[in-house]
Design a protein around this ligand. Structure first.
Ligand code: RNT
Ligand code: ZN
Length: 420
């Protein structure tokens, strides 16, 4: 239906060009097709969630903007998700946060959530033929001001431990139903505005709490727990309990997954450079593709050097099977479905670009002639990647190029603007 671009012809020519440098584009497309991107629910509603009497977004993160048409309930959010999925090639997963529970108007405490509150999501996913990932929500709550898992108050710690344990049960059920592991991400906001005197006690508490959360053994084919580090948050500028070293050490020693968020490091620090060393000490890593502008602002991820280099490292390390890819941003200032489509397609394009690198040849040159290696990496940047991408869109029956925006605009007029 979108066949007026000579997409196939362009692909054939591109295929020949890539073959000259030893890259098989058909094989590349198969790998891209198999790589699922986990699309985060919170872009759809600026992180409001569906908790009865739920509070404001907190924990040092923030959605800015007031674009019309935010999803207000599970039906709308799922409808928006489906619209976005229809415009993205390849395979997606849906990544759900615990505050997106469905309770039929009843107030349910975070330490009381159950599998049945998420069967709406599970049934929907099954119908769509997609898989789910899950997240404990340890913020946006009166018991999450300052410290949660590292709170000195045992009652507060236990409250969040119970929440996270229940999240594991829910994630396990998702994993069982879909026949592949649900990635369960644990991120905590704990930290402080000034550097504390007792950082080691806080981190000791975090370790003890996490150990309690993980105490029940759940098969990894059903659930994979991840911990996500962070450098700072608003109001926690000087200290976070879950720092990079803390989470790396914890994940490595407990043999769980480490999550790397592109917005969680010093602006000049390269997340790409962390991939190879992580892979030597961890079985699996999870990525949150995001974009920090001056701070961890969670802008929509775009095809910038950070994202390109990140994906290149994953492929150069031959580690695609050991890396899960998810999105993490929330922009309320533009059409939210467009935000999903842009971010997902950009993430896939970065991955495609990395998959099309003549890695074997470049590695050989690295050893033999580093000048030529350097020259070739620059040439690679202008290879016909987009001809391969367009073809990927076409064989997936989604719009080629910018055409998807027409669909989004139509949906905005017909659906989003009528939400009032
Ligand atoms: C926050 C972390 C975390 C959250 C999600 C919603 O800075 O990036 O991943 O954004 O859990
Ligand atoms: Zn994140």
């Amino acid at each position: 239906m979108y066949g007026d671009h000579n997409v196939e012809e362009a692909y054939k020519l591109a295929k020949e060009r890539y073959a000259e440098i030893g890259v098989d584009t058909d094989q590349t497309l198969e790998r891209l097709q198999k790589t699922e991107i986990s699309v985060h629910c919170w872009q759809g509603d600026d992180f409001h969630g569906f908790e009865e009497g739920g509070g404001e977004l907190s924990g040092g993160i923030m959605a800015t903007g007031n674009y019309e048409g935010r999803a207000r309930n599970p039906e709308e959010l799922r409808q928006d998700y489906e619209k976005a999925f229809s415009l993205i090639p390849g395979r997606q997963r849906a990544n759900i946060h615990a505050i997106y529970l469905e309770t039929q108007g009843k107030k349910v405490e975070r330490d009381e959530i159950e599998i049945r509150h998420f069967t709406g999501w599970m049934d929907w996913a099954q119908e769509l033929g997609i898989s789910l990932d899950f997240n404990s929500t340890i913020f946006s709550h009166p018991k999450a001001e300052g410290y949660t898992l590292a709170n000195y108050d045992e009652g507060i710690r236990n409250y969040w431990i119970e929440h996270a344990k229940r999240c594991r049960k829910i994630g396990q059920e998702m994993g069982k139903r879909q026949g592949n592991p649900c990635m369960l991400n644990h991120w905590i906001p704990d930290g402080s505005k000034e550097y504390p005197m007792d950082s080691i006690e806080r981190r000791q508490l975090y370790t003890e709490s996490m150990d309690k959360i993980l105490s029940e053994n759940i098969p990894k084919k059903e659930l994979m727990d991840c911990v996500e580090s962070k450098l700072f948050g608003i109001g926690m500028e000087s200290f976070t309990v879950g720092s990079a070293e803390m989470c790396f050490g914890y994940a490595a020693s407990r043999n769980i997954v480490l999550t790397y968020d592109l917005g969680h490091f010093h602006p000049t620090e390269s997340v790409a450079d962390k991939i190879s060393s992580s892979l030597l000490f961890l079985d699996h890593i999870m990525l949150h593709t995001s974009r920090g502008v001056r701070w961890d602002s969670d802008h929509v991820v775009i095809q910038n050097d950070d994202l390109y280099h990140l994906m290149q490292e994953v492929i150069r390390c031959n580690a695609l099977e050991r890396v899960s890819v998810g999105l993490d941003f929330f922009d309320a200032s533009i059409n939210r479905i467009a935000a999903w489509v842009i971010g997902t397609r950009s993430t896939q394009k970065a991955l495609l670009n990395a998959l099309l690198e003549p890695v074997t040849l470049l590695k050989k040159l690295e050893k033999e002639d580093v000048t030529e290696r350097f020259a070739l990496t620059e040439e690679c940047k202008n290879m016909p990647v987009n001809a391969v991408w367009d073809y990927f869109c076409e064989i997936n029956n989604v719009p080629v190029g910018i055409k998807w925006i027409d669909d989004v605009k139509k949906y905005e007029h017909e659906i989003l603007l009528n939400r009032g």
